[in-house]
Design a protein around this ligand. Sequence first.
Ligand code: ZN
Length: 134
Amino acid sequence: MKILKIDHLGIAVNSIDEGKQFWSDVLGLPFEGSETVAEQKVTTAFFPVSESEVELLESTAPDGPVAKYIEKKGQGIQHVAFRVENIEEALAELKEKGVRLIDETPRTGAGGAKIAFLHPKATHGVLVELCERS
Ligand code: ZN
């Protein structure tokens, strides 16, 4: 498996509009627009930082994964995403190593990326996302 870089940090917020006031207005990161991923019940907004990005996540429903995260832990860093060269290969390798996966096969995330999550129980508490972009 080849990890190329930290693709983005996923940060759970109550409101992208409020989050934007800090990440964009205060820190000056460019706001690249938002996108709703219906399957994940989330709206995402990306703020590029050089080679990586900050991704704000706002839930679109009270039973969505981001809403549940905020309910349990409050707003904050929800996941770390690594860009991999080949996500199918990476998942096969992790499976072979006995790593518990949330997604055994990739699904489509924001921006059309292929993404998959590893189980936090396998990563000492960090929700890790793998992503491949073409
Ligand atoms: Zn993400």
